[in-house]
Design a protein around this ligand. Structure first.
Ligand SMILES: Cc1cc2nc3c(=O)[nH]c(=O)nc-3n(C[C@H](O)[C@H](O)[C@H](O)COP(=O)(O)O)c2cc1C
Length: 427
């Protein structure tokens, strides 16, 4: 494929984000990558857009590569997108993906901005990688970047019908459904999912489960991890549901949520406290109803996966094309299980876990099971511990304050910042 990277960082070749794109380029040499520094060259692009237009129209995929700037993308990239529309660049049907770096502060709105504009331009949006600006310096960040691109290649193969079905590994999925006997559509969706599996996965129908009641916040579980209710829910959760390799939640939209029964299910999971016990297990959804009108449910599904450390492999709905929507989710889930796929957490995940981290730390005396879990999983990641980094920033800060030194520095600051990334690329 011809892949065109639109580097939206005003820092041009000194962009941290660009280093991730270059890292991917070096690993996938079978594809022809090229770069336009749209962020740094926006003024000249405003004068002459013809070369950029030609490059975009000749590409098979457009890869937006940019830093998150104030909830969205840098103004320069915004202007470039405006020009794409003004100049009627014909990119209809081409693939699109995005890579951003940031500190995850509202990276979600930036990503949605790109997704929405891809839709306007008729681009076929595939995937996004929202990396922390430090990610590429470590092994996990490097693996995440490569996995992200492999995922894109898988999506393209699936779209072209090059993925073999049914999937053997879907037998290890647990489907948790709130399935009423009269709910024909949801049943169709579950049946269709089953058709994608070589062996039927386990189906736990919580519609039939006799909950003795909702969580009453007695905090009995906080220290012992055990719920006071003796209705068997805790065993069902731990032995039948959390023991699978992936979870598919199936429901019909009711009262702008997953319905009362699923609310009981969610609240009673308080017996796990704030522990991310299903971390690493991919999630999928089968949703019956007008999902496109339910922004809050969509956010809920994303946020739940993010805070739990679960990759959201897909959300299938019966709103348009039930069969292809379910098949797509099944293929994606199978790939995620096969590849142990995880993605860096975004604003919902990073932000949510910072709130929990502070809460658990402060309430460690009461929430003992949570505290033990957070401690052993390195989730008490307070910045106060990064003493070397704090000291280094003081040093840079005082150098920047010195006018003489600052004028002599030139591009040294940018060069210094990307030096560790260049080292990774050299390797
Ligand atoms: C004007 C400006 C706005 C920024 N806004 C955000 C933001 O909203 N969220 C965030 O997490 N980081 C924000 N950042 C940090 C950058 O996203 C981050 O440093 C990024 O990795 C820089 O990438 P680059 O070197 O490719 O330009 C901002 C930085 C600048 C200069």
């Amino acid at each position: 494929m011809k892949i065109l990277v639109l580097n939206g960082s005003p820092k041009g070749k000194y962009s941290i984000t660009l280093q991730t794109s270059l890292f991917i380029m070096r690993h996938f040499r079978e594809h022809a990558f090229s770069v336009i520094h749209v962020g740094a060259q926006i003024k000249s692009l405003e004068k002459d857009f013809s070369k950029a237009k030609k490059m975009m129209e000749e590409a098979d995929m457009i890869l937006f590569s940019y830093p998150v700037y104030t909830f969205l993308v840098p103004a320069q990239l915004h202007r470039f997108i405006e020009l794409m529309k003004e100049m009627q660049v014909d990119v209809k049907g081409k693939y699109a993906a995005q890579i951003s770096t940031s500190k995850h502060f509202y990276d979600v709105t930036a990503h949605q901005f790109i997704i929405d504009n891809c839709k306007d331009l008729g681009l076929e949006y595939l995937e996004g990688l929202s990396a922390d600006m430090d990610d590429l310096k470590n092994k996990k960040g490097q693996a995440d970047a490569l996995h992200f691109f492999q995922r894109i290649l898988f999506d393209i193969a699936a779209e072209r019908g090059q993925v073999l079905k049914p999937f053997t590994n879907l037998k290890d999925v647990v489907i948790v459904a709130d399935l009423d006997a009269d709910d024909e559509n949801l049943k169709h969706m579950i049946d269709r999912f089953m058709e994608n599996c070589t062996e039927k996965p386990k189906l736990v129908n919580i519609h039939d489960f006799q909950f003795k009641g909702g969580c009453i916040s007695c905090f009995n579980c906080a220290s012992t991890g055990t719920c006071i209710y003796k209705d068997g829910f805790q065993d069902l959760l731990r032995n039948e549901i959390q023991s699978g390799k992936a979870i598919v939640l199936a429901f019909t939209i009711k009262d702008h949520s997953m319905g009362y029964q699923f609310k009981l299910y969610d609240d009673r999971q308080f017996c796990n406290g704030h522990r991310t016990v299903t971390m690493g297990m991919p999630f999928g959804y089968l949703v019956s109803g007008r999902l496109s009108a339910e922004q809050n449910i969509q956010l809920l599904m994303q946020a739940r996966a993010e805070v739990g450390g679960n990759y959201l492999a897909g959300i299938a709905s019966d709103e348009y094309d039930l069969a292809s929507s379910v098949d797509q989710m099944a293929a994606s889930l199978s790939w995620a299980i096969e590849n142990h796929y995880t993605k860096p957490a975004n604003f919902y995940g990073v932000g949510g876990m910072k709130i929990f981290r502070d809460l658990i730390y402060e309430m460690q005396g009461l929430m003992r099971a949570d505290y033990k879990f957070y401690k052993s999983h390195g989730q008490l990641d307070f910045p106060q511990k990064h003493k070397g980094r704090i000291a280094a920033m003081y040093l840079v800060g005082s150098l920047m304050k010195n006018k003489k030194l600052k004028s002599k520095m030139g591009n040294k600051m940018n060069e210094g910042m990307i030096a560790p990334y260049k080292k990774v690329l050299k390797k």
